[in-house]
Ligand binder design. Structure first.
Ligand SMILES: Nc1ncnc2c1ncn2[C@@H]1O[C@H](COP(=O)(O)OP(=O)(O)OP(=O)(O)O)[C@@H](O)[C@H]1O
Length: 582
């Protein structure tokens, strides 16, 4: 593990918690301002110190506050806290990313990727190009050390729990952190995999600090740790070397029976109240004269465009593996529905008074099918990846992730409208068929892009609450009423007009209506007709309140696309600010 060790001449690292108190926030109902959940103290005045070479096991009964302590040490706790945590003399929250890595209890990956694709992605993001020899060697070394060589081409979803743990560890070690914090690295693993993981961690601890919470470790596993922290009800009962812990218990006449698991013995003693606090008579944490500057580690922040390129590469790998589903979705969403529309409207023409109504319905269906399908696909784009995104905070910029999601929708925005137009327009009588179909496709592609921005924006704003599926129809309703398919736009009250200008349905309908009706120079009007007779296509446009200028629609599309994307970005940023998920 030479690569992972701090070099001899590098400074000693000390992480120190000083009077750390962590509590939950008081929750109040918003209407009565009455407390619905009172404040709860999770960590109570905890002080501890760990230094280079420490391989620490944090043990204690369930709910003792072990995970909260770990995440606080990593600077990733989102709860209210007082006191301080510092590495050497630098507050943990001010430490450069990569110096401390947290391996949470639950692994979150993009499951469709293979092990090597995932590691390449992370190396590219965190270290720089894998084509650089140093980075390639480091990656190869990690794969070998963490026994991932045989699994390189396996997809992550096919890995066992232990293999996923090793992959999580490898991911955290890409940047060679100086402090590695693992939450229950052995939970759910069989004894072989548990000792494999602990063995790797122990090796790593030479030259680093490795801190782990462990649940019911076997005696053999527990003995691998050289330090132990005992926690009970938010208090740190003891934190020091294994031998000092044993001595302290023996001073209280609490002798661990031969062949009895010491970890279990300690936990029982603190759970039944036999022990409240133990002294720690160890040497002080800082050796006099040791330097307090933090070591430099190699990290790399890729530029924004490179981040987008890497994120798109990762998403495309995932899409490739699901290509059959993608085709099925295309088939169901576009082919079948466009065939149904085509069949219902077969033979219609806007050159007769009867055909005017049919044509308006046809244009509306074409436009709304494209809008609805794309906006609902985009709506769920973040749902599955929100946890992954929150785990990867700091690896890439939120805006890069958002732009990647938007760009990944563009192939659909291109293929779906073209497929629609090709099929549905076969059924109706179009003037200048090829040119009109081409113009329809273009207008619907732009409609699809604006609809995707709308869906993505709504999804990002409401993803974490899970109510986007309920909110979306309510938001859709006023927007699609503005399309002019159900109400004459000229008769809208003035205060409703702003809604028209943020409606992608309006711009879509206005564009396709202009494309079609401007080519209809005469509409038959039977002499015995008692209802209104439209003279030509322009009269239809005027009667329905559509604009005279198609280029205004494209400006409108640009406006709503930017608007919804900005709102979506704000929603995602809000999720990022809620903090790390562990
Ligand atoms: N975000 C939170 N909001 C409210 N309560 C919380 C929060 N995080 C932790 N707690 C509470 O704090 C206590 C300690 O939780 P923590 O997860 O740190 O314990 P633990 O020792 O790791 O438990 P276990 O061994 O079961 O994982 C628990 O009672 C838990 O319910």
């Amino acid at each position: 593990m030479e690569l992972l060790k701090l070099k001899e001449e590098e400074n000693e690292i000390v992480i120190r918690a000083n009077n750390l108190t962590v509590s939950t926030r008081e929750e109040k109902s918003w209407w009565r301002r009455k407390a619905t959940r009172s404040k709860k103290t999770i960590l109570n005045n905890v002080s501890a110190c760990m230094k280079t070479g420490d391989f620490v096991a944090i043990i204690g009964p369930s709910g003792a506050g072990k995970t909260t302590f770990l995440t606080s040490l990593a600077g990733k706790c989102n709860l209210v806290s007082s006191g301080s945590i510092a590495v050497n003399n630098t507050e943990v929250v001010n430490i450069r990313s990569g110096l401390i890595e947290l391996v949470p209890q639950f692994d979150v990956f993009m499951d469709h990727l293979t092990v090597s694709e995932h590691l390449i992605f992370m190396t590219e993001m965190k270290l720089g190009s894998v084509n650089e020899e140093e980075n390639r060697n480091h990656l190869t070394f990690l794969i070998l050390e963490l026994k991932l060589k045989a699994l390189e081409n396996n997809t992550i979803r096919s890995l066992s729990g232990g293999e996923k743990r090793l992959l999580s560890l490898a991911t955290s070690l890409i940047v060679s952190p100086i402090i590695l914090i693992c939450d229950e690295p052995t939970t759910g693993l069989d004894s072989y995999n548990a000792s494999l993981v602990i063995g790797v961690l122990k090796k790593l601890s030479q030259g680093k600090i490795v801190i782990c919470t462990v649940h019911q470790p076997s005696s053999d596993l527990f003995n691998e740790f050289n330090s132990v922290c005992l926690m009970s009800e938010g208090n740190l009962v003891f934190c020091g070397s294994q031998s000092e812990c044993k001595n302290q218990f023996e001073r209280l006449k609490l002798h661990c029976p031969v062949n009895f698991n010491p970890a279990e013995f300690y936990i029982r003693a603190i759970s039944n109240g036999s022990v409240e606090f133990l002294e720690n008579n160890q040497e002080p944490c800082f050796r006099t004269g040791s330097s307090l500057t933090l070591p430099q580690i190699k990290t790399c922040q890729r530029n924004w465009f490179k981040q987008i390129q890497l994120l798109i590469w990762r998403s495309s790998l995932s899409i490739n593996r699901d290509f059959k589903d993608y085709l099925l979705q295309l088939f169901v969403s576009t082919l079948i529905s466009s065939m149904i529309i085509g069949t219902c409207y077969v033979g219609i023409s806007g050159r007769t008074q009867r055909g005017v109504q049919d044509l308006k319905g046809f244009l509306w269906l074409m436009c709304s099918e494209v809008s609805f399908s794309l906006s609902y696909v985009a709506l769920y784009a973040f749902e599955g990846d929100l946890t992954l995104f929150k785990r990867e905070v700091g690896v890439y910029r939120t805006s890069a992730f958002y732009v990647c999601r938007f760009l990944c929708l563009l192939p659909k925005c291109l293929i779906w409208p073209i497929a629609y137009v090709l099929i549905v327009t076969l059924a109706v009588e179009l003037p200048n068929y090829i040119l009109t179909a081409f113009k329809f496709s273009f207008a619907l592609i732009i409609t699809a892009i604006a609809s995707s921005a709308y869906g993505l924006g709504m999804g990002a704003l409401f993803t974490s609450t899970g109510v986007m599926g309920d909110v979306m129809p309510c938001a859709d309703l006023p927007l699609f009423i503005m399309s002019g398919a159900f109400i004459r736009l000229s008769s809208l009250p003035i205060w409703l007009l702003p809604l028209k200008y943020i409606s992608h349905f309006y711009y879509g309908m206005d564009a396709v209506s202009n494309i079609y009706w401007r080519q209809i120079d005469t509409i038959d009007c039977p002499t015995n007709s008692t209802s209104i007779c439209y003279k030509d296509g322009i009269a239809v446009l005027t009667e329905n309140g559509y604009s005279n200028n198609i280029s205004e629609n494209y400006l409108g599309f640009a406006f709503v696309t930017v608007l919804w994307n900005l709102l979506g970005y704000y929603g995602l940023k809000r999720e990022e600010n809620k903090g790390y998920i562990y």
